[in-house]
Write a protein that binds this ligand. Structure first.
Ligand code: ZN
Length: 239
């Protein structure tokens, strides 16, 4: 009888491992997704200065292009000045040149301010890039560990399934049916250790007489509360 019990304990180990593995198969890809999303948000946050820098760079390019257009416009206006016939038109064109010059001056001041701000940001961007590089390397390492874990799941599942099939053949059909029935009703656990008169499954006390019997008898005994097949295990020794 003790031999049957030890077969059942091994079978329980297989079943428990297979449950763990099937959970891993669901949870690990979810964990990877979550890590990717967290890293994406982190990266977006770290890259704030870079985005600001690029924005300012675009503004600067736009300002420079405006300055160029204004300068070209002024050259043309000055050329036309030489051909002007009447005074009123001449005055209007001088006014136009004056306005353009004022605008160009303002934009040039803006360009200088932008460049100063960009210089300050460039220092931060460089620091951020280093921070991000380090974080990315850590992220990849952590992800690799989980991916390796995940890729081992299929092989491990196969190993435990094969082991289970061998055990199932060695256990009498009626006992196997009893185990499956109890297991189904008890969250996948059909065989349970008992120590200090407490069932490790339902955590209820085993009556003293039954506890003594469990340690002495060769019969398969069930927990009166949860019906799981019990075995005595000295948890101080096994720990
Ligand atoms: Zn119990």
């Amino acid at each position: 009888m003790k031999e049957k019990l030890s077969l059942l304990i091994s079978l329980q180990e297989c079943d428990s491992q297979l449950v763990k593995l099937s959970l891993k198969k669901i949870k690990l890809p979810e964990k990877i997704c979550k890590m990717e999303e967290d890293f994406r948000l982190y990266k977006e946050n770290v890259e704030q200065n870079k985005r600001k820098y690029d924005e300012l760079k675009a503004q600067r390019a736009e300002c420079e292009s405006t300055v160029k257009k204004l300068s070209e416009g002024m050259i043309k206006t000055k050329e036309r000045l030489l051909e002007v016939k009447n005074n009123k038109e001449y005055q209007a064109m001088l006014k136009e040149i004056e306005t353009s010059e004022k605008t160009r001056g303002d934009i040039e001041s803006r360009i200088i301010a932008l460049m100063e701000e960009m210089d300050k940001l460039a220092v931060l961007v460089k620091k951020d890039e280093e921070t991000l590089k380090q974080a990315e390397s850590n992220h990849e390492k952590e992800k690799k560990i989980i991916e390796d874990d995940l890729s081992a799941v299929d092989a491990d599942t196969l190993t435990w399934t094969e082991k289970k099939a061998v055990l199932q053949k060695c256990i009498p059909a009626d006992l196997l049916a009893q185990y499956e029935r109890v297991k189904k009703r008890n969250n996948g656990v059909g065989v349970i250790p008992v120590w200090k008169a407490v069932c490790n499954g339902c955590h209820m006390n085993i009556p003293p007489q039954l506890y003594i019997e469990l340690q002495r008898s060769n019969d398969l005994l069930s927990c009166p509360n949860c019906n799981r097949i019990m075995y005595f295990q000295n948890q101080e020794e096994s720990a």
